[in-house]
Ligand binder design. Structure first.
Ligand SMILES: Nc1ncnc2c1ncn2[C@@H]1O[C@H](COP(=O)(O)OP(=O)(O)OP(=O)(O)O)[C@@H](O)[C@H]1O
Ligand SMILES: [Mg+2]
Length: 768
């Protein structure tokens, strides 16, 4: 065996026997019988080819040579390591031996690589670079940042801004420049351009009736940190520091007399801090301020106890702080929102409207401690949810979704009903702004957005449910029904309808009660699917429709036949389908079709195809294969031409109620009601005479008669005096005015027409 280049001292550790012995010797090199570790070069000859041997020897020589550079030695040890890996892979040496040798080689290798000694190590590259750089001239020591508070304040633009903001009575800080952080400590920190440091409770108390106005941040309030703790609430400390440099928000600490002292933030006095806890304002100019207050409130007077109020929403003190610059009233309104005044416990959190998402997000993000449920617009807000501004309608919709679920997607109730009108019954009136139904889809209209959200039409709220029944319908039609046709008229009561007792009681029986008690009105007692109100013009048919809308509690769709046929030429039947589909989603629903004769007139030869399709679709929807017996959709039609209605439609409008001309008592009711709002001291005899003279008048005629009589006193005034006379100088309405009015107002219904109605009522009517 030849161990090339190995020093004799190492030979003792070399296995002297053959291959097997050599292997066992290597394997035992870390064992007890041979305690001496084999040097890196101890590898049996037979396991190496010549090349490896040469390399090994070379490496070994390099490691022991004093003349070798650190780099050569490092290479040598790296070579040893590779050789060991190679030998281990070939099972030429034992694992124990490999581990031992590895450790030694690695240590030595690392010692060379990591050493920054220029003679023995390699880790000195940086030194040379640094020494090189040290030779270069470096001016960094002379450099100073210009971004210091003093240098910034010297800038002309900053000074101008400070000056203008000082002069301004209102702050320029907007909520969007303010952020809040809520931490665990019992502190609220409001930081402006200076670093915020919570102050200790060592400030001077604000004397009563003292008004301090501070100019807050010239850079606006960038960070408002609200630190809040669930525990130790009684000694919460609110710290407003670094206020001396805050130029833009005027803060008035207003200590008011009362059971507790009140501190008011915000120069417009809309935000107040009232708390039994301590409020400190440090560095407030030269003043230090602290005051004890019972609660914190916005737009609210001082409250004793733990609860503050944000615009009607009670806020547990310490859970909510929004430092507002005096905002414009609209912005402030948005910020505060309109709360419901509901009381929350001290462990819950209330939010007003957060005008700025950042605030809300920051607030929400950093909310720590206390109850996890808060209130938003009077509705629960879970922790983690992002508070974003929602309109009341959208919020109401969300609430109703929670309440009714997908089954009953009623939108919102107004006066116990939701009224929707299509076409003629729009509330915009004569001078209302034209709203294109098409453009509404893309507009930011709230209703539109809501309906888009409702029906999953490319809205932000795509997560909202899409009703299966609406999937095949055109979104624009659904949106039209949901938003463009919405109408909220003045509420109408049953008492507003004079006379017509039979019709009213029948409608209550058919419409109102089944809506209220659907569990009782089932089977044979189930309500009819259609009602027809027919009678002379001006007798109150449309009025009844409005009353149903308000009193039934159902979703109310008021649709004009002409709008179906004119606006959607060729698409009228789709519109009808969409209307029923939407109504089905909003059960119980009432579809009121005024002048139904124009929609469901008798089908004749040569009729336009589109109107025929509309009729067919309507009949199918009203009582067809696609209609479920459980659907609680009532169609109420009104017409003064009942004889023109198609017989198939007539059959489906099961209850056909005659709405006749008002009787004497009803006419008297109308006159008394209308005159009660005027200065009209009519005697009973005079009233009786008026009723006698108005035989054959419709309700509309009676209304017109009263309007005409009411003009009598005005006509008696000299034209020259019209411009100067005061309302109380106008004389009362007298009987003579009615007499004159009778000369101008005639009954609008002829006797011949009346006979036709009577006849039709006898044939098809359900009334007396
Ligand atoms: N029974 C009534 N009680 C009180 N007011 C009535 C009554 N009937 C009619 N009026 C008055 O007449 C006006 C018109 O009534 P309404 O529009 O309901 O008539 P209509 O039956 O629908 O007529 P048309 O068949 O021409 O549509 C009402 O706004 C109301 O002022
Ligand atoms: Mg009418």
């Amino acid at each position: 065996m030849v161990w090339g280049g190995l020093p004799s001292s190492h030979h003792a550790a070399v296995p002297q026997a053959g291959n097997a012995r050599a292997q066992s010797g290597l394997r035992d090199c870390a064992g007890t019988s041979r305690t001496r570790e084999a040097p890196p070069g101890l590898i049996k000859m037979e396991s190496f080819d010549t090349l490896n041997l040469n390399q090994w020897q070379k490496h070994y020589f390099n490691t022991i040579s004093n003349t070798c550079t650190p780099r050569h030695r490092a290479d040598a040890y790296r070579g040893h390591i590779l050789q060991l890996q190679y030998s281990l892979a070939k099972s030429d040496i034992s694992q124990d031996c490999t581990a031992s040798l590895f450790r030694r080689c690695t240590e030595k290798y690392s010692a060379i690589v990591d050493s920054d000694n220029a003679e023995t190590g390699l880790n000195n590259y940086a030194d040379s670079v640094l020494s090189l750089s040290r030779c270069q001239k470096n001016e960094s020591e002379q450099w100073q940042s210009s971004l210091s508070a003093s240098s910034i304040s010297k800038l002309k633009s900053v000074q101008d801004m400070v000056k203008s903001s000082s002069e301004a009575s209102a702050s320029l800080v907007s909520a969007k420049d303010v952020s809040m952080v809520i931490g665990k400590a019992n502190q609220i920190e409001i930081s402006g351009c200076h670093k915020t440091t919570p102050s200790s409770n060592t400030g001077n108390s604000v004397p009563k009736d003292t008004h301090l106005i501070a100019s807050l941040s010239d850079v606006a309030l960038r960070n408002v940190s609200e630190k809040y703790a669930t525990d130790n609430r009684k000694c919460q400390t609110f710290t407003i520091s670094s206020l001396n440099c805050l130029q833009n928000v005027h803060q008035r600490l207003d200590t008011k007399p009362g059971a507790d002292e009140t501190n008011t933030l915000d120069s417009s006095s809309t935000f107040s801090l009232t708390s039994s806890k301590n409020i400190h304002c440090d560095q407030f100019g030269s003043n230090e301020v602290s005051a004890n207050c019972p609660s914190m409130s916005a737009n609210a007077p001082a409250h004793a106890g733990q609860t503050g109020t944000v615009s009607g929403q009670n806020v547990p003190f310490g859970n909510h702080l929004s430092l507002l610059a005096p905002l414009s009233s609209s912005k402030r309104k948005m910020f505060y929102g309109s709360g419901d005044g509901g009381t929350e416990s001290c462990n819950s959190t209330s939010y007003g409207h957060f005008q700025n998402r950042n605030i809300a997000n920051s607030y929400q993000k950093n909310f720590d401690g206390g109850s996890r449920n808060g209130k938003y617009d009077g509705h629960a807000v879970d922790e983690g949810s992002v508070i974003a501004f929602k309109t009341a309608k959208v919020q109401l919709y969300i609430d109703q979704q929670k309440k009714f679920g997908n089954q009953n997607q009623r939108p919102m109730a107004l006066n116990n009903c939701t009224k929707k009108s299509l076409g003629t019954a729009r509330s915009r009136g004569l001078f209302g702004k034209f709203v294109s139904p098409a453009s509404k889809q893309d507009s930011g209209d709230e209703n539109c957005q809501m309906s888009a959200g409702l029906y999953g039409n490319n809205s932000d709220e795509t997560s909202l449910p899409v009703d299966e029944r609406l999937k095949n319908l055109e979104p624009k039609m659904i949106q039209l029904i949901m938003s463009e046709i919405m109408d909220h008229g003045p509420p109408v009561n049953w008492d507003d309808i004079a006379g017509l007792e039979f019709a009213k009681s029948t409608i209550k029986e058919i419409v109102v009660w089944p809506m209220l008690r659907p569990d009782i009105f089932t089977g044979l007692r189930g309500p009819p699917k259609g009602i027809l109100l027919f009678g002379p013009p001006g007798t109150g048919k449309t009025l009844i429709g409005k009353c149903i809308a308000c009193q039934s509690g159902a979703t109310f769709f008021s649709i004009s036949a002409s709008s179906l046929t004119s606006k959607w030429v060729g698409e009228g039947e789709k519109m009808v389908r969409a209307m029923f589909a939407v109504a089905r989603c909003h059960q119980p629903a009432v579809i009121f079709i005024d002048e139904i004769d124009s929609l469901l007139s008798q089908r004749v030869d040569g009729e336009h195809d589109s109107s025929r399709r509309i009729k067919t679709e309507f009949l199918v929807q009203l009582d067809g294969a696609s209609t479920s017996a459980d659907d609680r959709i009532l169609v109420v039609g009104a017409t003064n031409r009942p004889q023109e209605i198609d017989e198939a439609a007539r059959r489906r409008l099961v209850k056909r109620l005659y709405i006749p001309l008002p009787e004497g008592s009803a006419r008297q009711q109308i006159v008394v009601k209308l005159m009660s709002r005027e200065n009209c001291p009519l005697s009973p005899e005079e009233l009786e005479l008026i009723i006698q003279h108005s035989e054959g008048f419709s309700g509309a005629d009676m209304t017109q008669l009263c309007c005409e009589a009411a003009l009598g006193p005005i006509r008696s005034i000299q034209i020259a005096d019209i411009s100067t006379i005061t309302p109380d100088q106008v004389r009362p309405i007298k009987y003579i005015d009615f007499e004159n009015a009778f000369a101008n107002v005639r009954p609008s219904v002829s006797q011949k027409d009346l006979e036709l109605y009577e006849e039709w009522n006898k044939m098809f009517g359900c009334g007396r």
